[in-house]
Design a protein. Structure first.
Length: 313
């Protein structure tokens, strides 16, 4: 019997490789997702994220490596459709069908009874302020509202494991926050979630684990606390100047690891580990034309940019 605090693996990927002609899309990629995780799968455009997700869903085949799913105490090569929910980055719903008809159909082919699916769909449409548009065709909705329908279709049948690829696409800030709460709610109800998104500030609010890839290769794979411990211990200082940024002068200050101009009149300074802020600010005060200073620790976005920029194959 498993100990109460022992994690149960749902998905394990080992040494996955995939090549498209001259492009090595995946290179010995490995990670695992445990039951109850909100697992962030991150990388820049072209990193191999979509290729990985398509391999997981058996849309394409890997050249080598292995994928193992674990449900109900058994290992399977591919889960039954009712166990998996998938929100693709590219919308895949029937645009010329009424919204409610499309949702009920997709839920029914994943094992829900039609009456149950219709009731659940209307409940979600009500929550997302779209109940009055249930009988409209999807093509009549805005991009943001289409994304809401795509989201409902991926979780309506209550899958054990949901893959959400760019779930916040097309949403305004208010609806982004609502989606964060919906994803947390589904996770608390027992749904394991693999989340892929470019919006790091939103990912930080949700994920407990992260795998960061670039050019098909893993740069980091571990918990959020581990990535902050490994890469987030350097202070960053954003400084605004009245005129041009004196980059060369700032780089000569004690404790500065790097300084770059991010916008006209603005610099981002990374301090070396262990640098004391008070002496550094004393040096900065001597620079001409400083109008605003903001100090903060590295967030996931900063770590992401650093790791990708430093990655060389």
């Amino acid at each position: 019997m498993k100990a109460m605090n022992e994690k149960e693996t749902v998905l394990r990927i080992d040494l996955l490789n995939k090549r498209f002609k001259t492009v090595q899309a995946l290179r010995d990629l490995s990670f695992s997702v445990d039951r109850g995780d909100i697992f962030a799968f991150l990388g820049p455009n072209g990193a191999g994220k979509t290729t990985t997700l398509r391999i997981l869903l058996d849309m394409i085949r890997a050249d080598s490596g292995s994928i193992a799913w674990y449900f109900n105490g058994q290992q399977v090569s591919l889960p039954d459709p009712p166990l998996i929910g998938y929100l693709p980055e590219e919308r895949g719903l029937y645009t010329d069908l009424p919204v409610i008809r499309s949702l009920v159909y997709l839920a029914s082919i994943r094992g829900m009874q039609k009456n149950e699916a219709r009731t659940a769909a209307m409940e979600w449409l009500e929550r997302l302020d779209l109940a009055d548009r249930a009988n409209e065709k999807l093509m009549a909705l805005s991009k943001g509202n289409q994304q809401k329908i795509q989201f409902i279709s991926s979780i309506l049948h209550k899958p054990a494991f949901a893959i959400l690829d760019e779930p916040f696409s097309g949403l305004d800030p208010v609806n982004q926050e609502k989606f964060i709460n919906y994803i947390r709610e589904l996770n608390k109800q027992g749904m394991t979630i693999l989340l892929s998104s470019h919006q790091m500030t939103l990912v930080e609010k949700l994920a407990n684990k992260v795998c960061l890839i670039n050019r098909g290769e893993s740069l980091f794979n571990g918990s959020m606390s581990e990535i902050y411990k490994a890469y987030g211990n350097k202070h960053m200082v954003d400084v605004t100047f009245e005129n041009a940024v004196p980059v060369a002068e700032i780089q000569s200050f004690d404790g500065v690891e790097s300084a770059v101009g991010t916008d006209p009149g603005t610099a981002r300074i990374v301090l070396q580990s262990g640098t004391r802020l008070a002496p550094f600010f004393s040096q900065l005060a001597g620079a001409d034309g400083v109008t605003h200073i903001r100090s903060h620790s590295r967030n996931l976005h900063d770590i992401f940019i650093t790791l990708v920029n430093n990655h060389q194959l």
